[in-house]
Design a protein around this ligand. Structure first.
Ligand SMILES: Cc1cc2nc3c(=O)[nH]c(=O)nc-3n(C[C@H](O)[C@H](O)[C@H](O)COP(=O)(O)OP(=O)(O)OC[C@H]3O[C@@H](n4cnc5c(N)ncnc54)[C@H](O)[C@@H]3O)c2cc1C
Length: 283
């Protein structure tokens, strides 16, 4: 449990980070909270000869809340939970963050690390797809934005280039009811299945819905068919069943120590049904 030797850098600005990434290519990685990267290095599943710490890059910190919300990559899950304006403008973030790991991990784990990692078990990627968030990336050629729904290519594979840093996530303040439901084996565990749902209502009719799930495929799954199937309905038990069935068609779980495929599909149905009911009640 001792990592291989590495050089440690702590640049004071983003240009310094990007030039180190350019200089060392594949041999360099940035480190944010370290709660995914350090365990991998200690297990020797990741060898990182050049480790670039983001803790001194002030422009990566902070949360701005208006009609548009911007969360700096270095904001921690704990920052999200404790930001009163954010909890009021987008309460689904607090609800989801409180279900990540335990307080010790949440004090260190960052939004940027959680979404950039590409781990199918991380909760924020599916949540960001549900919010239709964009990721702001900066590299040697400047800045670009990638939609969360287009960012994930496979397990640990994303649209981010090796020499790009994820600077912030942005999204419109969500309207309507919300729910983040997660099934896990024990307190502090990653999801067996988790669902992020946002629903808006016009009278007794569903006006809009957004549904994404976590840890049921190599990537988070945003399902347009499941979301659209609720629109125009009164979200009855039958309507919920249709949306759940559409999502079950879209996921592709693998058997592992969280259970066989059929069990995961069952767990997905249960958490998604609960999340839709709860989001509808709150809408
Ligand atoms: C015991 C335990 C339980 C956990 N349970 C959960 C859980 O239930 N749900 C969940 O979602 N997470 C869970 N986590 C993960 C944790 O919440 C962190 O969010 C996660 O480790 C990533 O954040 P980090 O800041 O620690 O990233 P790091 O470990 O520092 O980095 C992770 C990866 O992202 C890259 N990276 C980091 N920041 C950037 C950036 N700004 N730009 C580009 N690349 C970047 C790094 O190079 C690295 O490859 C758990 C962790 C532990 C240790």
């Amino acid at each position: 449990m001792i990592p291989a030797a590495f050089d440690y850098y702590r640049p004071q600005d983003l240009d310094g980070v990007i030039s180190l990434l350019q200089e060392h290519g594949d041999d360099a990685r940035v480190i944010a909270g370290g709660h995914s990267l350090i365990p991998l290095m200690k297990l020797r599943m990741a060898e990182v000869p050049h480790l670039i710490d983001l803790q001194s890059i002030t422009e990566l910190f902070g949360i701005e809340v208006g009609s548009k919300i911007r969360i700096g990559a270095m904001a921690t899950q704990s920052d999200i939970i404790n930001d009163i304006s954010l909890a009021s403008a987008a309460p689904i973030l607090k609800e989801a963050s409180l279900q990540i790991a335990d307080p010790q991990v949440r004090y260190m784990g960052t939004v940027g690390g959680n979404v950039a990692n590409g781990d199918p078990g991380n909760d924020m990627p599916g949540l960001m797809q549900c919010l239709d968030a964009s990721f702001l990336l900066r590299g040697p050629d400047g800045e670009r934005e990638v939609k969360a729904r287009d960012f994930y290519q496979g397990a640990y594979m994303t649209e981010r280039e090796d020499d790009e840093v994820l600077v912030a996530v942005t999204f419109d303040a969500p309207k309507g009811g919300y729910a983040y439901e997660k099934q896990k084996r024990k307190i502090g565990d990653y999801a067996t299945a988790a669902a992020a749902v946002i629903i808006s209502k016009d009278g007794s009719v569903c006006k809009g819905a957004s549904i994404a799930m976590t840890n049921l495929s190599d990537t988070p799954v945003f399902c347009t068919d499941a979301s659209n199937s609720l629109v125009g309905t009164s979200v009855t038990a039958d309507d919920i069943k249709k949306a759940v069935n559409a999502m079950i068609e879209a996921i592709d779980p693998a058997e592992d120590n969280r259970g066989p495929v059929e069990f995961k599909k069952h767990a997905a149905s249960v958490v998604l049904t609960r999340a839709i009911k709860s989001a509808w009640e709150r809408a």
